[in-house]
Ligand binder design. Structure first.
Ligand code: LLP
Length: 424
């Protein structure tokens, strides 16, 4: 049964009442009057309910759910999720800094990424994180040497590259042999067999993350089966596995996708892990964040050419790069619906000097005029976190809505922010 119609399914807390778009109980236009545009607007309820869906679906296995900070790293978001029991998945010293600011306990932090610097490794050991997800032999040597110098012991999981095709966008495919991620089975086996050599980096877990926006459970099952076979072999050799980190990658609903729900995913996955004794870890990012945010923007001009009608808006690809980068589809909704307006076909574009600076092409939406607000939907994940200052554009503000109230979770940047640290 198709459950995925973005407009009907309660995937999020953005909805219309009397032609006005609301986030939870707050009128979006009311927020924009205060903040101006462009503005990211987040729903606390959507964030926490998506986390709760996973917690509920997997409760039998008592996993540690480490929200992937890269999806949306605003402190208000991290605080909300940590407050509801989430751990955090980080990939940099900066994300560790945020995790600490959000008061996440070290023992709930896992650290991934192919290029951790010595300083980042030291900071993470000092923060007593749960474990490093290690992506290569040289990195393992490095972590071991640093931990030894610090007279500390630290857990590591080896990130396996299982060579499985997740059938998603090439740029977010990470578990195929030709990608830079992880270690192949053979090399990983050698490392595990030789693990005693690493006296301070305790090789005690396995990590796998095959890609992002995976809509169907089969590639996960294929990858996890391979991983379990591998673990069985290790255990037959007397090697103990404490942690099994299954990564993130669960798809979100952007339009008419039909990704598995948390319940369906758990139904497919959990039977594989029955009667197994390790601590399961998940690293979901998009599943929790994508539907939880919108990017509101204002129409500046409507420009007609012989072949196109352009709605030129005040957000650009610097604010939100997914359409330009992945040709990603995002719904565009009016913030105030003018039901009497005709539908027109527009390219919705930003002010930046690149043809890739678009949010939608040949999209039918209600006719717009300068001053109208539009909402780019499903931008809670990989939205603000991928924003830049390209064209010297200050980054947008972020707003967190909770029930009937809202707060500025990040101020709009100023021109002064743009040149901070520069010398002429
Ligand atoms: N764990 C690891 C090791 C990862 O590399 C990622 C994402 C995640 C977890 C979270 O994956 P998720 O549950 O969000 O799929 N910028 C792209 C997505 C890049 C994902 C990178 N890694 C986009 O906008 O589609």
């Amino acid at each position: 049964m198709p459950r995925t119609d973005f407009h009907e399914e309660k995937m999020h807390d953005f909805y219309y009442k009397k032609g006005e778009l609301y986030c939870e109980k707050v009128r979006v236009a009311k927020i924009l009057k205060k903040t101006g545009t462009p503005a990211y607007i987040y729903s606390y309820k959507t964030f926490t309910e998506h986390l709760a869906k996973l917690q509920k679906a997997f409760r039998a296995a008592k996993p540690l759910i480490c929200y992937s900070v890269k999806a949306n790293s605003n402190l208000a978001v991290l605080r909300a999720l940590v407050g509801k029991g989430a751990g955090l998945d980080i990939v940099s010293g900066g994300e560790l800094f945020r995790a600490k600011k959000a008061k996440c306990q070290g023992k709930k932090i896992v650290y991934a990424g192919v290029g951790k610097t010595p300083e980042e490794i030291r900071e993470a050991i000092r923060a007593r994180i749960l474990l490093f997800n290690v992506e290569s032999m040289p990195e393992l040597e490095q972590i071991n040497a640093i931990a030894k110098k610090m007279r500390k012991k630290v857990n590591v999981s080896l990130r396996i590259n299982p060579n499985v095709d997740p059938h998603t966008h090439e740029y977010i495919t990470t578990g195929k042999a030709e990608t830079k991620f992880g270690i192949d089975f053979e090399k990983a086996r050698e490392i595990f067999k030789d693990a005693r050599r690493f006296t301070n980096a305790l090789v005690s877990g396995v990590h796998v993350h095959i890609g992002s926006q995976i809509e169907n459970g089969d590639p996960f099952v294929e990858a996890f089966r391979k991983i379990l076979e591998f673990i069985d072999e290790l255990q037959a050799d007397g090697i103990k596995i404490r942690f099994l980190n299954l990564g993130g990658g669960l798809g979100a609903i952007y339009s008419d996708e039909n990704p598995q729900t948390a319940e369906e995913f758990a139904g497919k996955i959990l039977p594989l892990f029955k009667r197994r004794k390790f601590q399961l870890i998940f690293e979901p990012g998009r599943f929790i964040a994508a539907n939880s945010g919108i990017l509101a923007t204002k129409v500046l001009y409507v420009k007609e050419t012989d072949v196109k009608k352009f709605a030129i808006v005040d957000a650009g690809m610097n604010d939100f790069i997914r359409p330009a980068f992945y040709n990603a589809f995002h719904h565009i909704w009016p913030v105030v619906k003018n039901e009497k307006a005709p539908q027109w076909i527009y390219d919705v574009v930003g002010p930046i000097c690149e043809s890739g600076d678009f949010f939608a092409k040949d999209r039918e939406i209600l006719a717009v005029k300068p001053g109208d607000y539009l909402a780019i939907m499903t931008t809670g994940a990989y939205g603000f976190t991928m924003a830049s200052n390209y064209n010297s554009r200050p980054r947008a503000c972020e707003v967190m809505v909770r029930g009937g109230t809202f707060k500025i979770a990040r101020k709009r940047e100023t021109y002064q922010d743009l040149v901070r640290g520069e010398r002429s």
